[in-house]
Design a protein around this ligand. Structure first.
Ligand SMILES: Cc1cc2nc3c(=O)[nH]c(=O)nc-3n(C[C@H](O)[C@H](O)[C@H](O)COP(=O)(O)OP(=O)(O)OC[C@H]3O[C@@H](n4cnc5c(N)ncnc54)[C@H](O)[C@@H]3O)c2cc1C
Length: 399
């Protein structure tokens, strides 16, 4: 039946009103998993870059959208337009790095980009790579209803962080029915109509409706015209000095430098580079570089956690009162500290626990400012907070 213009207008108004109104909890409850996923993304992510563009413009910068390419030192082309510069900052980020697995290119697998923009929850999901991204997405999809298998080539998950943290998280994942395959190397991927098959070395084959490759990222340096400049692209990215200079009139910051692929590192580097561009001498110091993995519980680390040449202590989080007041039954977690026995200062820390990324801050500062362990022992931590575990772990250090 044809609707009148008036009816159409009323429908449009009703739709606009509905989308402007925040959803009631029961409306969200009634949604299917796919819609819930979309709703959750809409709740936290901005739909476009409008607010950031506005912010940059308010600072007095011009925003030109398009793919830039250096044509010669001092000149950049974006679309048909030529832009001239005195100083160039390269901040082109990174792209997923796909391992040489046979059949991978043809199989149309997910990378983190697809996994973080999907509008439906796959029935089953194979994840290759159990670093931070692989672990966060494994738990997210498992809790959204997907049957998740996590495939890791080494003998523990979160290999860049800490074995004990990885083992603790693996135990929790297993309780959540995430199937973890350790020492498993992906050999071949093939796709049939209904599923993807992943053949492992040793001839076991895993199957799922979707497959996510989360095996790391590489610097985005291709097609930028970098060969026009006197910059060096190494294995990890554009090589920079501690002032973030990449060469004459060229600077680089963020993932493209390969120093540590975190937003906060890119922001820090940008501040250091900006100071130097403006003529104020400043050098980057990465000794207290923090990271947080947003699993439940969170895993957070800072500094040197290799354990080489350090004195180590560990305090079980279930022994502090906050764990009992936070959640019942109590869930596992810990604080682990690494101290330099000569200088008697902390050099690294690993935390596993609720919002660990938040209370990592004081350890980051302790490492960065080289606060003596004695001062940390004499520091009052509020009761009942997770920070009390830091005091106990400091007390345990055999220094
Ligand atoms: C799934 C996932 C989860 C993550 N979670 C966290 C987290 O919790 N905390 C954290 O700190 N980090 C996290 N990271 C890492 C974080 O996203 C990156 O470290 C950060 O985005 C790097 O910032 P950047 O500015 O260097 O690069 P990007 O954010 O990638 O920005 C680079 C920009 O340059 C543009 N560009 C590239 N080439 C050109 C060109 N030729 N011309 C014009 N523009 C160009 C790109 O389009 C892009 O917009 C996560 C990464 C992934 C993949």
């Amino acid at each position: 039946m044809e609707r009148s213009q008036e009816q159409k207008g009323q429908m449009r108004e009703a739709q606009e009103e509905a989308s402007a109104k925040p959803m009631e909890e029961e409306d969200v409850e009634r949604m299917g998993q796919g819609d819930k996923l979309q709703h959750a993304v809409d709740e936290v992510a901005e739909k476009d870059d409008a607010s950031q563009v506005e912010w940059v413009q308010e600072l007095g910068a011009e925003v030109v959208k398009g793919t830039g390419r250096i044509v010669e030192p001092g000149r950049l082309e974006v679309g048909g337009e030529t832009l001239e510069y005195d100083e160039l900052m390269i901040a082109t980020g990174s792209v997923p790095s796909l391992p040489p697995i046979e059949g991978l290119q043809e199989a149309a697998v997910w990378t983190s980009r697809e996994a973080t923009s999907a509008s439906a929850v796959p029935e089953s999901l194979l994840i290759v790579g159990a670093g931070g991204v692989g672990c966060e997405l494994a738990q997210f999809y498992a809790r959204s209803g997907s049957r998740v298998t996590l495939v890791q080539s080494g003998d523990f998950i979160l290999p860049r962080i800490d074995r004990e943290a990885g083992d603790l998280l693996a135990g929790i994942f297993e309780e959540e029915r995430i199937d973890i395959r350790l020492n498993a190397r992906a050999k071949r991927i093939s796709r049939s109509e209904s599923c993807l098959s992943l053949e492992l070395e040793g001839d076991e084959t895993l199957e799922a409706t979707n497959l996510l490759v989360a095996t790391g990222r590489r610097p985005n340096v291709e097609g930028l015209g970098l060969e026009q400049l006197d910059v060096t692209v190494g294995q990890h990215g554009i090589e920079v000095d501690d002032r973030l200079s990449a060469g004459a009139h060229a600077w680089a910051a963020g993932d493209v430098t390969g120093v540590a692929l975190f937003t906060h590192v890119g922001k820090y580097q940008a501040r250091v580079a900006a100071a130097n561009v403006a003529g104020r001498e400043r050098r980057a110091d990465y000794r207290a570089l923090p990271s947080a993995i947003f699993t439940d519980p969170q895993v957070a680390a800072v500094g040197d956690t290799s354990g080489e040449g350090t004195v180590t202590s560990k305090w079980d989080l279930t022994k502090v009162s906050r764990t009992a007041t936070y959640q019942r039954p109590k869930r596992p977690g810990f604080v682990k500290l690494f101290a330099d026995p000569e200088r008697k200062v902390l050099v690294g820390a690993v935390l596993v626990g609720p919002d660990a990324g938040e209370w990592l801050g004081q350890l980051t500062l302790a490492i960065r400012a080289e606060i003596p362990v004695d001062v940390l022992r004499d520091t009052i931590q509020p009761f009942p907070t997770f920070s009390e575990a830091i005091f106990f772990a400091v007390r345990e250090l055999d220094l």
